[in-house]
Every structure is written in C-alpha cells, then in structure tokens.
Write a protein that binds this ligand. Structure first.
Ligand SMILES: Nc1ncnc2c1ncn2[C@@H]1O[C@H](COP(=O)(O)OP(=O)(O)OP(=O)(O)O)[C@@H](O)[C@H]1O
Ligand SMILES: [Mg+2]
Length: 369
C-alpha cells in the first residue's frame, strides 16, 4: 500500500519536473527572441517581459513586471516622448482596436507593435515589438524603383511624340530653304534649324539621363575621380563664393565605375549644394566638404554643405522624380543619381537639418587589391 503511494508520488514529481523543464525551455525561447514581448493579464497587469522588451524600453525587466499600462506611464524612468508614444499606442490599440501600430523612434528606427488578444489568449494581451527598419528600407527602394520605371516609360513616350513632328518640321524647312535664300531670308532658316537641333539635343539628354544604361565600368582611384569632378565645378563655385574642400583618407582607394555616370551624380550633388548655399539669406560663407573614406568593403563619399538644409517633409520626397523646389530645376538630378548608384551596387543616404546644412553619403563597392 505504502509502495503504491510512493510510486504515485514519484510519478507526480517526475511529471511536475518535466512540465517545469518544458516551461523553462519555452521561457528561454521567449526570453531570447529578437522581438520584444510583453504579456498583460485580463486585469491589465504585466505578467511577462522578455529581455529584448526591457532593452527597448530602456528599463530594468523587474521594474516592468506587475505594472499596469497606467503605472508604466507614471514610471519615473519614462521620459516625456516615450510617455506620449505609449499614450498614442494605448489610444490606437485599446480605443480604436487596431492590431498594429507603427512608429519611428528618436534614432530614426521603424518599429512595429502587434497586439494579440481574444479567445486563444485566455483574456491576456500579448504585445510584440519588432525593429522593421530594414523592411521599410526595402519597401522604400521598391517604391522608388517603380516610380523610376514609370518615369522611363513616360519620358520615352514624350520623346517619341516630340521627335516625330520635329523631324517633319526640319525636313520641310530644308525644302523651303532655297526659297528663303531667294528672298534673302536664309538667316531665318539657319536659326530654325539650329533651334530644332537644340530641342532634339535636349530630348536626347533627357532620355539619356532619365534612363541610365548599364554602367560602362573602368577601374579608377576615388581620389582622382573626385579631383576631376572638383576641377569641373571650381570656377562656378568661386563665382558663387563657395569654398570646395576635399579630403581623401586613402589615395589608393579604387572603385570600378562608369566615370561619366558617377561624375554626373557628383556634379548634381555639388550643384545642389551650391544652390542650397545660395538660398541662405544670412550671407554665410559657403563651404562644401567632399570626403572619401573606406568603410568595411565600401568606398564612402560624403558631400556636405552648410546650405539651407531641409525639413522632414522635404526629405521624404527628395528622390522622387520631378520633385524640385527650384524655379528652373527639373527635379530629376537626385532620382537619376539614385538609379545610377543603385546600378553600381551602391547606396545613397542623406542627412539634413533645416537652416544648417545637408550631407549626402554615397557608398560604392570597394575594389580589393
Ligand atoms: N544639398 C541640398 N540642400 C538642400 N536642399 C537640397 C539639396 N539637394 C537637393 N535638395 C532639394 O531637393 C530637390 C531635388 O533635387 P534634384 O537634384 O533632384 O533636382 P533639382 O536640383 O531641383 O533640379 P535639377 O537637378 O534637375 O536641376 C531640390 O529642388 C532641393 O529642394
Ligand atoms: Mg539638382
């Protein structure tokens, strides 16, 4: 009888131990997920927080356990901006019953908060927070590519439509030319032909620049590429009282690029920098710093100006085709530059502060020796 009792007890202890083991295993998995996890019970009290969530909240894990959302708001370590964010999250998910909430933090990272509740959760609320900055970047790039593809199609159609009548006009003017010569008006014919050719050239340039072809690459030193480009722009910069400074970390840094295309990108950026400096009304001395350095497997070139800078609303549209704030701008410079750098397997990023200046960072694959 005692033996039987002992055996049942032993079985219960073993069952308990294996249940504990499984629990610990799942807890470990949850603790080490790369997403932040937080569980609230039906009373709104936090019953579980994983390591990543505590890291994201920048609060000790233990201080979050047992807190309600309201207590969290009053937590002494929570600053004003975080408090505002939690309130907004609370309103969207609890009041408006949204299951997803997205926000950008002070470091520019994108976060996605997912809320799970309902029958399968036994009255609990599960919050999971994930850094989705990389996905956002990919989404943005895909969106940008779509727009550029569309631009290519539109410009090809426009060019086609304009070129045909121009060819016809050119032909008829040539036929009329002997008659104009007889009338002593050859000069008119000459001007008409010249202007038609100019219009054709503009269309040709436009098509070439809006649809950059596959790069015709050659190997060259970043230092010489930058020097050649600065040489082209130096006199214009001087006229606009801009000082162009250049600093190359390693003279032997080499890249395999289409020289014409990369020069086109750099020239557009430097011209944009000069325009931005011109737009500052305080008569400051314009400074354009061009830097090149090695960063891992990339050659990183930075073009920094102390021009008028841009605000966030401006920045998000920067690489859109035809986005311009200039009276005589086409708004194609940066969208074409983006495409060229992408075709070279590189990236462009930008940082700007209104009234202070802008820095464009171009990263290209570095050629190993
Ligand atoms: N360094 C900069 N500082 C401030 N604003 C800039 C800078 N670079 C670009 N921008 C802004 O981005 C817009 C788009 O630039 P982008 O080079 O694509 O076209 P654009 O310069 O207006 O025209 P285009 O290059 O065809 O002459 C500009 O109109 C300007 O408002
Ligand atoms: Mg430009």
């Amino acid at each position: 009888m005692l033996g039987e009792y002992q055996e049942t007890l032993l079985q219960s202890v073993e069952a308990f131990q294996s249940a504990e083991l499984v629990k610990n295993k799942y807890e470990n998995v949850l603790q080490n997920l790369d997403s932040g996890i937080m569980l609230f019970d039906s009373e709104g009290v936090c019953t579980f927080v994983n390591v990543q969530m505590a890291k994201l909240a920048e609060l000790p894990r233990q201080s979050l356990m047992g807190c309600t959302l309201m207590q969290l708001l009053r937590h002494p370590y929570i600053n004003r901006s975080k408090r505002k964010r939690i309130l907004r999250f609370f309103r969207e998910t609890i009041h408006y019953r949204k299951k997803y909430h997205e926000f950008i933090d002070e470091y520019g990272r994108h976060w996605l908060i997912t809320v799970t509740y309902g029958d399968q959760m036994d009255g609990d609320f599960l919050l999971s927070v994930k850094d989705v900055s990389d996905y956002k970047q990919i989404e943005k790039a895909a969106y940008q590519n779509d727009k550029l593809a569309m631009l290519g199609k539109i410009s090809a159609a426009i060019a086609h439509e304009i070129r045909n009548p121009l060819t016809a006009i050119r032909g008829f003017i040539q036929l009329l030319r002997p008659h104009l010569v007889q009338l002593g008006k050859d000069e008119y014919a000459r001007i008409i032909l010249m202007e038609i050719d100019r219009a054709n050239d503009i269309i040709h340039e436009f098509l070439n620049s809006s649809k950059p072809t596959a790069p015709q690459t050659s190997v060259l030193q970043v230092a010489s590429l930058l020097r050649q480009t600065v040489l082209l722009i130096e006199s214009e910069a001087l006229m606009k009282s801009c000082e162009v400074r250049m600093h190359v970390e390693d003279e032997n840094m080499k890249v395999s690029v289409d020289v014409k295309q990369i020069k086109q990108v750099l020239l557009n950026m430097i011209k944009n920098a000069m325009d931005a400096i011109e737009e500052t009304a305080d008569g400051r001395l314009g400074i354009i710093d061009i830097e090149a350095k090695i960063c891992g497997k990339s050659a990183v070139m930075t073009i920094r100006d102390n021009g008028n800078g841009m605000d966030q609303a401006h920045l998000v549209r920067l690489f859109d085709p035809f986005f311009t704030t200039k009276e005589r701008g086409t708004g194609l410079g940066l969208s074409v530059s983006y495409k060229i750098i992408k075709n070279h397997g590189g990236t462009i990023s930008v940082e700007s502060h209104k009234g202070e200046g802008t820095a464009f960072v171009i990263s290209l694959p570095l050629l190993s020796e």
